[in-house]
Design a protein around this ligand. Structure first.
Ligand code: HEC
Length: 430
């Protein structure tokens, strides 16, 4: 492909600035093998990510390649066919990274919806108190909204440099996003759709990440690579930032417990931290795997909190889940069914059952862990290719999930009662 065609494609596909490197996926070499469509793939597919995601993929048939990249970009013939043939010839199904599934008694079904803008990397979905589902479309620099009752969707376009990492509902019902690439927090008025932008105002705090509200209505957030923790008062726009004591802690997931304390997972260290929002005091706790990380660069990505204020977390480096009891100081960890390379990622607790995903197997699995019996059960996610990067529960005990590569947001509907209720109202799969 010549330069001008390539420019045209990249410019029409996305006008988002530089791509962020994908994390957690197994990445292959950044060089494609020779072949007829090498230049096409090289030219078109790098608009959003490196070719290392292609060379490191588990491999697919021609039809599967079409399905996969058809969720990222709309290509006409004969280009799409040539690329699928080249990809299937060089990266056929390898049978690698297939998950071991664990059977059990729980009933789970899935409902998934395709996000309208292709290749947007939908992530961090949650159900709003009004029943709508919201997500951050990071690569598309948008925030999406879905009414699961009707299947209707709407996308709110943000400043192209915002590239939101996460979304969350505020006490006022408005939807807040973290502008991961332009160092802002934004608020979308739920009634009018009007967007208010709050700059962090410190050039060293570049990448606001995951957010949680304190009981006093202030918004707390991790600033991952910049190693800060932040607080925004939406009433005044005032931002307070503090650098973490642990170097390269890379603060990641953040949640609030029943006493109003905030807990943060460190992606860059085997630690979790507690923040008292009233005094702004930060206390760090080392997990038992301190010093044992296999050097993959990820430690504790996310955490969730049960009804007894136990902190549940994913040890993404060692493929385990863990529990910290702040009252006794006791830690305990369990290996995930697919072992050290499974990369547990997102996590939440529903009725004191722990749910998380194993993100380095394909398909991505949803895993259930019952702390009482210490037993696991797991399912393949139907759209199947991608990563759940954050999940959250709904008021009626289901989970809102997504798949980053196949461009979906979805519901994991849990238990016989919920499944009976949802089957009555279910809209057709898109
Ligand atoms: C508009 C943006 C965009 C374009 C263009 C694009 N992709 Fe992607 N692709 C994505 C996103 C988003 C992901 C998920 C990345 C993540 O989770 O970090 C992804 C992930 C992947 C993966 C990893 C799948 C897995 O195992 O999860 C493969 C393989 C892939 N893309 C192939 C391609 C090919 C082939 C092309 C060119 C035809 C292409 N992509 C073009 C957005 C895009």
């Amino acid at each position: 492909m010549n330069q001008s065609t390539r420019f045209l494609l990249s410019a029409t596909v996305l006008s988002l600035g530089l791509p962020a490197l994908a994390q957690a996926q197994i990445e292959g070499p950044n060089e494609l093998p020779d072949g007829d469509a090498k230049n096409l793939v090289q030219g078109i597919c790098v608009a959003c990510h490196d070719v290392s995601l292609i060379t490191g993929s588990v491999g697919y048939t021609q039809d599967e390649w079409r399905y996969l990249f058809g969720n990222m970009i709309n290509l006409s013939e004969p280009i799409a066919g040539q690329m699928a043939a080249y990809l299937a010839a060089n990266f056929p199904p390898s049978g690698q990274r297939k998950p071991v599934l664990v059977s059990g008694d729980e009933v789970v079904s899935f409902q998934e919806w395709k996000a309208p803008t292709l290749g947007q990397r939908p992530r961090d979905p949650f159900m709003h108190t009004d029943g709508t589902i919201w997500w951050a479309g990071m690569y598309g620099s948008l925030v999406g909204m879905l009414d699961p009752a009707t299947g209707e969707m709407k996308e709110y376009r943000l400043d192209p440099t915002a590239r939101p990492h996460s979304v969350i509902e505020g006490p006022d019902g408005d939807v807040y996003y973290s502008g991961n690439s332009n160092s802002t927090i934004g608020r979308i008025d739920r009634q009018t759709g009007e967007i208010t932008v709050y700059p962090l105002g410190n050039p060293e705090a570049r990448d606001p990440h995951t957010m949680a509200f304190a009981e006093d209505g202030t918004l707390w957030f991790s600033v991952q690579n910049s190693n800060f923790l932040g607080r925004l008062d939406p009433a005044t726009g005032d931002v307070w930032l503090t650098q973490l004591l642990t170097e390269r802690a890379r603060p990641y997931g953040i949640r609030r417990d029943s006493e109003g304390m905030l807990w943060v997972a460190y992606r860059g260290a085997y630690k979790i931290a507690r923040i008292n929002p009233a005094t702004r005091e930060i206390t760090e706790f080392e997990t038992p795997n301190y010093g044992k990380n296999p050097g993959k660069g990820h430690f504790i990505r996310r955490l969730a909190i049960d009804s007894q204020d136990n902190i549940w977390y994913v040890d993404s480096g060692l493929g385990e889940i863990g529990r910290f009891n702040p009252k006794t100081g006791e830690f305990k960890q369990w290996p995930s069914p697919n072992g050290v390379d499974s990369h547990p990622y997102a996590i939440d607790v529903v009725d004191d059952i722990v749910w998380y995903n194993e993100s380095d197997v394909r398909p991505d699995t949803l895993v259930r862990f019952d702390p009482k019996t210490e037993s696991f059960q797991s399912w393949e996610i139907p759209s199947g290719i991608g990563i759940i990067r954050n999940m959250s529960h709904t008021p009626d005990g289901n989970l809102v999930i997504h798949q980053s590569s196949t461009n979906t947001v979805g519901l994991a509907i849990i238990g016989e009662e919920n499944n009976a209720r949802y089957s009555e109202n279910r809209v057709s799969q898109r």
